[in-house]
Design a protein around this ligand. Structure first.
Ligand code: ADP
Length: 179
């Protein structure tokens, strides 16, 4: 573990295809190279185990986030840096998790819907537009953007390197990383 490491939950929220996973992986690589103790909770993977069986109703989405928040809290209070990437579209539950954890940095991974849809990394927007997937965030389910994120990455305007550097610089200035 890096000297004097402080635990923190670094929470990437944004539309599908906005760049949460891509930035998270780049940040992870940089931090691992500096021997920080890390854990990753990726929304897609969590839904296959910790929150398996939950759907995409408001209630299920909130439960999904609450469970991710619970595990993040356990790790954070034991000095781990937890990197969470999850659409987490609802503001209230994100704020609830933030209050519980305390050491919490919200990163708004932001690109316009049209850009995310154009990228269509997993082909999900196409399926949502065709009506094959219901309650898809941005199409027929809302995304409530953070009102006051700690860090915002505009992935339609920044390179991956710029977005990654923004996150690392933000974590440093908030006192979670060594200089
Ligand atoms: P999410 O995890 O939010 O669903 P992904 O990370 O899977 O999104 O996909 C984002 C896509 O956007 C990737 O294909 C990535 O290469 C691209 N991209 C373009 N510019 C950026 C940027 N500045 N930061 C992150 N991703 C970017």
């Amino acid at each position: 573990m890096a000297a004097n490491q402080r635990g923190v939950t670094v929470w990437f929220t944004g539309l599908s295809g906005a760049g949460k996973t891509t930035i998270r992986m780049a940040v992870e690589e940089k931090l691992r190279a500096q021997n920080y103790a890390l854990e990753v909770l990726d929304g897609d993977i969590v839904r296959e185990n910790l929150t398996k069986g939950l759907g995409f109703s408001k209630e299920d989405r909130d439960e999904n986030i609450r469970r991710i928040g619970f595990v993040s809290h356990l790790l954070t209070r034991n000095g781990v840096i937890v990197l969470v990437s999850a659409i987490s579209p609802y503001r209230n539950i994100r704020d609830e998790v933030r209050q519980k954890i305390g050491d919490f940095v919200e990163i708004f991974v932001n690109a316009p819907l049209a850009v995310c849809e154009d990228r269509d990394v997993k082909g999900l927007y196409k399926r949502a537009r065709a009506g094959e997937i219901k309650q898809f965030t941005g199409i027929d389910d809302p995304y409530e953007a953070p009102l006051n994120p700690d860090i915002e990455c505009r992935t339609d305007l920044e390179t991956l390197e710029e977005s990654t550097e923004k996150v690392l610089a933000g974590l440093k200035s908030l006192g979670y990383l060594n200089e």
